[in-house]
Design a protein around this ligand. Structure first.
Ligand code: GAR
Length: 648
């Protein structure tokens, strides 16, 4: 017989949880307590009532698993009560849920577990907070937080002390204890994991959009939209998060007798260029609206993951939860007056028709939240009314699909952000190049300048080096470009295959469209080249070599040319194939060196040619290859261009 599951909560997140659980082959019935009127009727609704009464009903109905959606019941101890009746619960105990319910507890745990977080002070009165604000220096602005739960509205991000004092005046009447924190700059990332005891399995990261208005203006809300995957998050960060954030936090909670099981959510501020992050907060449950993008992307069976976490049996499970390659974007439709005073009772046009599409598609087009039935129609019944979902092969497509739902779905005064995923999909649209360099990086510098001057339409998604101490890494850091290094010396020739596998794995996370070698002094194998080969069969690795190939392959080519006494040498841009400095030549430029007296003069002249030629060739090559979908003509095109010699 199939399992019976109850989802506790009433929002769009709970709709997403109920939908995902209902897709499990092990699950026969999904109940929602209390759910909302906009959810499909297949999810039978229960009153939540008192936790005791709810627990008894679960026992009578032989419920196999209870999944808790929101933070409040967790903080009030719903898990403890349900468990005392012998029920299996996905969600932490009241003590463990303090990681979310008390900001000061969370900070204390983070400090003890050495999890990077913002500088902070806990204040037990408004007067205390005022003193901290006025007496300490906050050069980057401050964040004032209510210590307890506040439905995502207890956080004020302030530019200066004056704003912070205003925030204290607003929050103090609701929360006697306040946190004053330094404001951090960077990009926000939400990272979640199934946890039990000290074991955890990470989901892919997501991003939510907390402010009410476009361009992150306006007051904080529960969340106005979300997307996943998050461009720019390196794959190796999953392991890093596990090691540096989740595991130490779980161990610290266990040490304090607050063993965590359920879903732990780390809200991060990330500085990709500096390869740094800070945990802003922990939550003890799925994010809303992050759940609405993560669950549709998650492969596999949510019921089994929740059960294993709830039973404390995660130990043997994969440490990374499998996800589909698709992108997902969700947009929240909020009532007029939200977040201060949302208006209820507004008719939602197109709601019934849109939710009927649910049964026809693999993923629901919308997740309903503050929705009530009114006669034949549906009306708003609170702040965040529903969220729509778009999925596709890129964030751009996912975003377009999500916004398209509003062509036949709206209500009077509907508040909607128009910029969810705009920046992220734009950054996905330019060809992404990974620079591979082993040395000083003057070639990388020239490429970056060309991008800044709009001569090269591309984005550098990462600078990779095979040497820990390569100056190019420092240059990339200064320029705010993400870096990645797999030090070859740790592998050596005998373990070249392992080195390459590692580099390929790292690159998967940066998702480059092309690799651009700029002074990368390492031969790569066919295996490596094939890992980046286009489906049409051409190499997606470009190199610049300091000679007119096939003359002077290998190292020190300018010196070789000088020593041979040639009068003319040059540079070649070519696609990388297995043979050293072989592969189809895209362009060459020759220059006279008959007047030069030393090899270093030759190099100087050569570099100035390289720095002009390489961005130019990359521009036409990347644009053509990136935009032209059918690449069958590429081979003949390359053959046509390979003899092209650009003269000064
Ligand atoms: C450049 O001259 C480049 O052509 C060469 O290394 C130099 C790197 O300088 N590449 C090769 O020889 C590849 N076989 P950089 O680190 O200042 O860009």
């Amino acid at each position: 017989m199939g399992a019976k599951v109850v989802v506790v909560g009433a929002g769009a997140r709970e709709h997403a949880l109920a939908w995902k659980l209902s897709r499990s082959p092990h699950v026969a019935h999904v109940f929602v307590a209390p759910g909302n009127a906009g959810m499909p009727v297949c999810f039978e609704r229960w009153d939540l009532g008192s936790f005791e009464a709810f627990a008894k009903r679960c026992v009578v109905e032989h419920i196999d698993l209870v999944v808790i959606g929101p933070d409040n019941p967790l903080a009030e101890g719903i898990t403890d009560i349900l468990e005392s009746h012998g029920l299996l619960v996905f969600g932490p105990s009241r003590k463990a849920a303090q990681i979310e319910a008390s900001k000061s507890f969370a900070k204390d745990v983070m400090e003890a577990a050495r999890v990077p977080t913002a500088r902070f002070k806990v204040c037990d009165s408004a007067a205390d907070a005022k003193k901290v604000i006025e007496n300490e220096s906050w050069p980057n602005g401050l964040v004032v937080k209510a210590d307890g739960l506040a439905f995502g509205k207890g956080v004020h991000v302030c530019d200066n002390e004056e704003q912070a004092l205003k925030a204290v005046a607003e929050l103090a009447p609701h929360s006697p204890r306040l946190l004053i924190e330094e404001r951090l700059a960077g990009e926000e990332v939400s990272w979640m994991a199934f946890c039990s005891g000290v074991d955890c399995s990470l989901l892919e990261p997501a991003r939510d959009f907390k402010r009410l208005l476009d361009q992150d203006e306006g007051p904080n809300t529960g969340g106005m939209g979300a997307l996943s995957p998050v461009p720019g998050v390196p794959a190796h960060w999953a392991e890093r998060m596990q090691r540096e954030v989740f595991e130490p936090t779980l161990r610290e909670l266990q040490k304090r007798g607050c063993e965590f099981k359920g879903l732990l959510y780390a809200g991060l501020m990330v500085d990709f260029a500096q390869d740094r992050y800070w945990v802003l907060e922990f939550n003890a449950r799925f994010g809303d609206p992050e759940a609405q993008v993560l669950l549709p992307r998650m492969k596999g069976d949510l019921y089994e993951w929740c059960r294993a976490s709830a039973k404390g049996e995660l130990a043997g499970w994969p440490r990374i939860v499998p996800f589909s390659e698709e992108s997902a974007v969700t947009i929240v439709a909020a009532a007029p007056g939200y977040p201060q005073a949302p208006q209820s009772g507004i008719l939602i046009e197109g709601f019934a028709a849109k939710s009927r599409e649910d049964t026809m598609s693999a993923v629901p087009p919308l997740f309903s939240a503050a929705v009530k039935k009114d006669g034949d129609g549906f009306v708003s019944a609170g702040g965040r009314v529903f969220s729509v979902l778009g999925m596709g092969p890129s964030l751009k497509v996912a975003r377009e699909k999500a916004y398209a739902h509003f062509s036949d779905l709206s209500f009077k005064g509907m508040q909607l952000r128009r910029d969810i995923g705009e920046k992220e999909s734009r950054s996905q649209a330019l060809p992404r190049i990974a620079i591979f360099a082993s040395g000083r990086g003057s070639g990388f510098g020239a490429i970056l300048n060309a991008i800044k001057n709009k001569e090269l339409a591309a984005q550098v998604c990462v600078v990779f080096s095979d040497k820990n101490d390569a100056p190019v890494l420092e240059l990339a850091k200064r320029e705010g470009v993400p870096i990645c290094c797999v030090d070859f010396s740790k592998f050596g020739r005998a373990r070249r295959a392992e080195f390459e596998e590692r580099v390929i794995a790292e690159m998967r996370t940066f998702q480059p469209d092309f690799l651009v070698f700029a002074g990368f002094m390492r031969l790569v194998s066919r295996f490596f080249i094939d890992a980046f080969r286009s489906p049409k069969g051409y190499s997606r690795i470009v190199n610049i070599h300091p000679s007119l190939l096939p003359s002077f392959p290998g190292r020190d080519s300018y010196a070789q040319a000088f020593e041979h006494g040639v009068k003319i040498t040059g540079v070649s841009v070519h696609l990388v194939e297995e043979e050293m400095d072989g592969g189809p030549i895209l362009a060459q430029e020759a220059f006279d060196i008959s007047d030069l007296r030393t090899a270093s003069e030759v190099e100087k002249r050569g570099l100035s040619v390289e720095h002009r030629l390489y961005p130019k060739v990359l521009n036409w090559f990347l644009q053509e290859q990136f935009q032209v979908e059918t690449l069958s003509s590429l081979a003949s095109e390359i053959a046509g261009r390979r003899t092209r010699v650009l003269q000064n």
